[in-house]
Write a protein that binds this ligand. Structure first.
Ligand SMILES: C[S@@+](CC[C@H](N)C(=O)[O-])C[C@H]1O[C@@H](n2cnc3c(N)ncnc32)[C@H](O)[C@@H]1O
Length: 218
């Protein structure tokens, strides 16, 4: 899928040339965005938990003006940057808050990209349960995160994230990567049918995508 990177990144121009360039580079290089956009629902609300500056929402808006979009992040600087970029956009809300306790809207699709590992394992499982609970019947949850136990790719990812947290680039309680089986088990325990796909094209990191489908109402 060809992403509308130029149109989406141009929204970040008011934040300066670096902000726009960074957005363009991230949107063009991260395979998680295409993985989500390829699976957008026919209707309903798309939620992005830990949305950062809202890059996924900007891309989703560029391809699907009809969808309701909702994003949440606990870093006020990132939320402010996203709100500036997406200001005035109808049917879109970008809020500051913690995914672990914020009220979540009912959603046809929920994305949560590279967020889980900033919280301890028990909190990861609790968050996955909240996300499963917020999904509408038939809805899809897309969680991308790194896995431990995948050799040097896992090691490199852990070092890179520890460095980013130490520098203050990402806020979190620490860095907690787990084997892919752990999030799978948590999602299955909440009734989702789970598939795991690699999601690291173009990067050296041990990233995987968890797809959790909620059953249709009976
Ligand atoms: C690596 S960034 C990924 C941003 C975005 N998902 C993306 O892929 O472009 C991780 C984001 O998760 C956010 N985050 C971490 N823990 C969070 C929490 N408990 N509640 C809300 N946001 C959180 C961070 O502030 C950061 O913006």
């Amino acid at each position: 899928m060809t992403l509308p990177v130029d149109a989406a990144a141009a929204r970040y121009r008011p934040g300066g040339r670096f902000a726009e360039g960074f957005a363009r580079g991230k949107m063009a290089s991260d395979p998680a965005y295409a993985a989500v956009l390829e699976r957008l629902p026919p209707a309903g609300l798309v939620a992005d938990l830990g949305c950062g500056e809202g890059y996924l929402l900007a891309l989703a808006r560029a391809v699907r003006p009809d969808l309701d979009l909702w994003g949440l992040d606990h870093d006020p600087r990132r939320v402010a940057a996203g709100q500036r970029a997406l200001a005035g956009e109808p049917r879109l809300a970008l809020l500051a808050g913690d995914a672990r306790d914020a009220a979540l809207p009912r959603a046809a699709l929920i994305a949560c990209l590279d967020v889980l590992h900033y919280m301890a394992p028990a909190e990861q499982d609790a968050l996955l349960g909240r996300l499963a609970g917020a999904l509408a019947p038939g809805g899809l949850l897309l969680v991308r995160d790194g896995e431990s136990g995948a050799g040097w790719r896992s090691t490199l990812l852990r070092w890179s994230e520890q460095f980013a947290v130490a520098l203050g680039r990402h806020r979190g309680d620490g860095v907690f990567f787990r084997p892919a089986a752990a999030p799978c088990a948590a999602l299955e325990a909440h009734g989702l049918a789970v598939e795991v796909l690699p999601c690291r094209e173009g990067t050296p990191f041990a990233n995987v995508l968890f797809l959790g489908r909620k059953p249709e109402a009976t």
